[in-house]
Design a protein around this ligand. Structure first.
Ligand SMILES: Nc1ncnc2c1ncn2[C@@H]1O[C@H](COP(=O)(O)OP(=O)(O)O)[C@@H](O)[C@H]1O
Ligand SMILES: [Mg+2]
Length: 440
């Protein structure tokens, strides 16, 4: 009998997961709660919110779901994994306690300190005076300092302050004026690292891990890394900076020790561990850990997976060894660009009709995020609307194809970055290659 799988979430990440799982010969049926129109082409949509733990649990029991896969962090923190596990249901993701590695930056930093994982120098504060004083030890030397709200702050809780005044303003807004509510009542103050950022993803079963791939994303809204931070405007896999040698170092110095430490603490980590890294001159250092797949990174990771994803997620969820499963990665490159509503991440309009998707090449992937069906039309319903993803024999081929395909898609005030992946050719330019060598 084929398996029944439930995917929790409604974004591009979940669309990519459903797209990949839909190719598994082991799966008979996929449900998504609540999903989106793109997911609805591959799975049965269930009208239960991603954070409605009770609703999800009763659905999974009623339908005898064999494996539930959690996309976003909110249900993890709401204890969806704990509730399912208690009911004897298989679910892929960390418990609420283990998800603290993402939800509390102070927890993550202390854990890293305990096991000597390379990360920025830091201290944790909930009182303003000592926090100011520590921040000054950086700014008085003319160095920037990074101030992070401890809890989840939708990507807005991190500020790089370049002088004492800025640092004090940020500390006051978090610690005295509750700018981030509970999330900012404790702050991490840390050294500002220099280097290139890479995300590295592994799947964990509580004891051990299986590497997936590395990726880079583009957080700022506009070309040249200008404008406000967003959820992510584009991504690509296997950036050249993350060499095999570097990956080995990260696995040995970062991934293996953190998994061991979590187990030792009695909160073994099951699920995707996503390390946000800065590749500094002194080697890779951890900026943060996330406890789930990235968005939009998953939209470029899934197309690169050769092997079936289901056995990996099932083994991890059951705490079984990875010896019997594989994670085969395709050769080549994969790059995705997010099409956003004009104005995002600020105020934006909704309900614009999306056109041109039917004219895309068959091997172009479209992952839906903020879309819905309105009177038979596919319309926008969020800030990040779609991701257009293409694979290619190399970086150049993938990037060229994506931008060529985007030329066929439209909605009113559509906005996207035209330089996704550009930092790769810029680096290569420094190494003697010209932009033209990459064809864009
Ligand atoms: N110590 C640091 N040095 C330099 N940049 C940092 C540092 N910590 C965070 N950043 C920058 O801020 C961004 C957000 O920080 P991160 O810790 O990933 O928090 P979150 O993703 O929860 O907002 C990072 O992607 C990185 O660009
Ligand atoms: Mg981050």
């Amino acid at each position: 009998m084929g398996k029944k799988v439930l995917v929790i979430g409604a974004g591009g990440r979940e669309h990519a997961l459903v797209w990949k799982l839909a190719q598994s010969p082991l799966i008979e049926k996929i449900y998504a709660a609540p999903g989106n129109p793109g997911i609805g082409e591959l799975a049965e949509l269930v009208n239960v919110g991603a954070d409605d733990v009770e609703g999800l649990l009763s659905f999974a029991k009623r339908e005898a779901i064999d494996l539930t896969v959690v996309g976003p962090e909110i249900p993890l923190l709401a204890g969806v994994v704990d509730s399912f596990a208690k009911a004897g249901l298989s679910i892929f993701g960390p418990t609420a306690a283990a998800a603290q590695i993402e939800a509390s930056k102070a927890f993550a930093k202390k854990l890293m300190r305990q096991c000597n994982i390379p990360t920025a120098e830091f201290k944790v504060f909930s009182q303003i005076e000592p926090a100011r004083e520590y921040a000054r030890t950086f700014t008085e030397k003319g160095r920037p300092v990074v101030i992070k709200a401890d809890g989840l702050a939708a990507g807005k809780g991190v500020v790089i302050a370049v002088n004492t005044k800025e640092a004090e303003d940020v500390l006051e807004s978090m610690l005295l004026r509750d700018a981030f509510g509970d999330a900012g009542r404790t702050v991490v103050v840390e050294e500002c690292l220099q280097g290139e950022e890479v995300s590295f993803f592994v799947v964990c079963n509580g004891n051990d891990y299986l590497p997936i791939m590395s990726a880079q994303d583009h957080k700022r809204a506009f070309d040249g890394d200008q404008g406000p931070n967003t959820g992510g405007m584009g991504a690509y896999v296997n950036p050249p900076v993350f060499t095999d040698e570097l990956q080995q170092k990260v696995e040995k110095e970062i991934i293996a020790p953190v998994i061991k430490a979590m187990k030792r603490e009695g909160i073994p980590f099951c699920g995707v561990l996503y390390a946000g890294l800065m590749i500094t001159d002194a080697g890779p250092k951890v900026l943060e850990f996330n406890a789930r797949f990235g968005d939009p990174e998953t939209q470029v990771l899934m197309p690169m997976l050769e092997s079936d994803l289901f056995p990996v997620l099932e083994a991890a969820a059951k705490g079984e060894s990875f010896a019997g499963v594989k994670m085969e990665i395709k050769k080549g490159a994969c790059l995705g660009v997010v099409l956003a509503a004009g104005g995002y991440p600020g105020a934006f309009a909704k309900g614009m009709v999306i056109s041109g998707l039917e004219s895309l090449d068959r091997d172009t992937l479209i992952f839906h995020a903020g879309t819905k069906i309105n009177e038979g039309n596919l319309v926008t319903s969020g800030g990040r609307v779609l991701a257009v993803v293409c694979c290619g024999s190399d970086f150049k081929a993938a990037a060229l194809k994506v931008y060529q395909q985007i030329g066929r898609v439209n909605f009113e005030n559509m906005h996207y970055r035209r330089d996704v992946g550009e930092r790769v050719w810029k680096k290569s330019a420094a190494a003697g290659k010209r932009r033209a060598d990459y064809g864009f």
